[in-house]
Design a binder for this molecule. Structure first.
Ligand SMILES: NC(=O)c1ccc[n+]([C@@H]2O[C@H](COP(=O)([O-])OP(=O)(O)OC[C@H]3O[C@@H](n4cnc5c(N)ncnc54)[C@H](OP(=O)(O)O)[C@@H]3O)[C@@H](O)[C@H]2O)c1
Length: 253
């Protein structure tokens, strides 16, 4: 088990999209830190498998589609009831569908991608802000992507939604700074999860991508989880409204 180094013992965290990938690894690390953790995802089977794997009395797993207002309200109510407060929200849910050019895009497709990535993060941040204000502080961390920084069709709408998440990070940070709520984001490059598997499972594509990364490798989930834990800790209390690029140096070359 990983060592507790971030001072998060007995903190209460909610991680959206916690049934696999980065969110699952983050939930595991938060539990190892001694935090109490609520996770959500849409599919109950994924949540049950995650709960079985994490095997902790300090875990709450709740089915929730983050773009559905009533489900988000119920998720936060359940977390509050179980753990009494909320110290950390990680808006980790994200999804991508390959899209045609914007000129060819149907409204329904646009809406689907914007809803899961952006509207869901807004709805969760709104609930968290209300709870955190009332209890004297907290941390909100949003998971963006390097796709927010470079136009990369056919991931255009995803990139637009992630860029908006980074601006939402600044707006919320400005609004909540006086309430001792810090709001920050991380923007990973490609991370080895099921989400990005179509890119890295093929060796040629994998090699082409890693050739453009100064670090010479794709990110593992832990490469993203550790900066999130730092932002969730008291060590980051004077950092707000920032996005940390977690990209092995891709953005600087
Ligand atoms: N992997 C990468 O290369 C990469 C790179 C840059 C940024 N990111 C970002 O990192 C975050 C995590 O990515 P990941 O690679 O860990 O993804 P992942 O492996 O696909 O996991 C996504 C998680 O989110 C849940 N989810 C998806 N849509 C949801 C919704 N509408 N409501 C509630 N839960 C939902 C999924 O469970 P259900 O399907 O059961 O809902 C799952 O638990 C995302 O924001 C992604 O955009 C990833």
């Amino acid at each position: 088990m990983a060592m507790a180094v971030y001072g998060l013992k007995d903190k209460v965290a909610l991680v959206t999209g916690g049934s696999r990938g980065i969110g699952l690894d983050l939930a595991r690390r938060l539990l190892a830190e001694g935090a109490k953790v609520a996770i959500c995802a849409r599919k109950a089977e994924g949540l049950s498998a995650a709960a079985e794997e994490l095997a902790s009395d300090n875990l709450l797993a709740v089915p929730c589609h983050v773009a559905k207002e009533d489900q988000v309200a119920a998720l936060f109510a359940q977390a509050k009831e179980a753990f009494g407060r909320l110290d950390i929200l990680v808006n980790n849910v994200g999804m991508n569908l390959f899209t045609p050019g914007l000129a060819e895009t149907e409204l329904a497709l646009w809406q689907k991608i914007v809803d899961s990535n952006l509207t869901g993060s807004f709805l969760c941040a709104r609930e968290a802000a209300r709870l955190m204000r009332g209890q004297g502080g907290g941390k909100i961390i949003n998971v963006s992507s390097t796709a927010a920084h470079r136009a990369a069709p056919p991931m255009g709408i995803y990139g637009i939604a992630k860029a908006a998440i980074e601006m939402m990070t600044k707006v919320l940070a400005a609004e909540l700074a006086g309430d001792q709520v810090q709001v920050n984001a991380v923007a990973p490059g490609m991370v080895k999860t099921g989400f990005s598997q179509p890119f890295w499972s093929n060796q040629d594509k994998h090699d082409q991508i890693t050739a453009r990364i100064p670090a010479g490798r794709l990110a593992e989930t832990g490469d993203v989880v550790e900066p999130v834990l730092f932002l969730a800790s008291d060590a980051a209390s004077y950092i707000t409204g920032q996005t940390i690029l977690v990209d092995g140096g891709s953005s600087i070359v």
